[in-house]
Design a protein around this ligand. Sequence first.
Ligand SMILES: NC(=O)c1ccc[n+]([C@@H]2O[C@H](COP(=O)([O-])OP(=O)(O)OC[C@H]3O[C@@H](n4cnc5c(N)ncnc54)[C@H](OP(=O)(O)O)[C@@H]3O)[C@@H](O)[C@H]2O)c1
Length: 251
Amino acid sequence: MKDAFGIPQSLLVLGGTSEIALATARRLIARRTRTVWLAGRPTPDLEEAAEHLRGLGAEVHTVPFDALDPDSHETTLGKVFAEGDVDMVLLAFGILGDQAHDEREPSSAVRVAQTNYTGAVSAGLVAARGLQTQGHGSLVVLSSVAGERARRSNFIYGSSKAGLDAFAQGLGDALHGTGVHVMVVRPGFVRTKMTTGLPEAPLTTTPETVATAIELGLRRRTETVWVPGALRVVMSALRHVPRAVFRRLPL
Ligand SMILES: NC(=O)c1ccc[n+]([C@@H]2O[C@H](COP(=O)([O-])OP(=O)(O)OC[C@H]3O[C@@H](n4cnc5c(N)ncnc54)[C@H](OP(=O)(O)O)[C@@H]3O)[C@@H](O)[C@H]2O)c1
């Protein structure tokens, strides 16, 4: 169960090597989280991440999980829920892709869409059912500011995040009143391995700042979190810029 301040005792991360997810796990372990499940593709990095969190005092398990294999999600995630209550699920997997390459290679573009959207629809529904059966818990979904309005420079990734974001909002509405809380997190540009080598955007932030915003959102049971918060204002203005102008902006 979460404590009186909304901090989970147990956390399931989907995308167990995500730098944003691991910063969040570190922050929550420093608060009160005791059990962490890192679900991800079985790699030395996943085991290394688990070992690091164990060193912080948590009981950490790894579990094989592939977003691109939705048929396996029910079994894989079902096993985690069968071990005991999961107070928070952090849906953190995703790929950025390479826009120019993916435009030329539709099969690569489909991989972005299947990882970020289809994989999340499947894993999100399975996780939501597990939380609903318990009658409590939070599903925290790492969406992106990129999904707010598709940009010429990354519309394949952006459209997958737009789909994910709409899905998560709808799921949150479906679960309203069940005791399960869905929180959509929309970070801007975050310095992680996903963005290594890319030119930094204005309002660039860090995994630790996203983790802080997630913790605050959990305490307040917020439904939508922008990181940094100023992006909410920026995007509400950008959303209304006419297409003919928007496509010329250097975004
Ligand atoms: N960094 C940013 O600027 C930014 C901004 C907004 C939103 N986000 C979103 O935040 C989330 C976390 O991003 P991050 O910056 O922490 O990136 P990251 O460190 O690159 O983490 C991405 C994670 O996705 C996992 N993943 C990729 N494909 C997978 C698959 N088929 N099955 C299972 N796991 C898979 C990776 O696992 P492997 O180790 O197996 O590759 C890794 O754990 C992503 O959804 C991203 O879109 C990031």
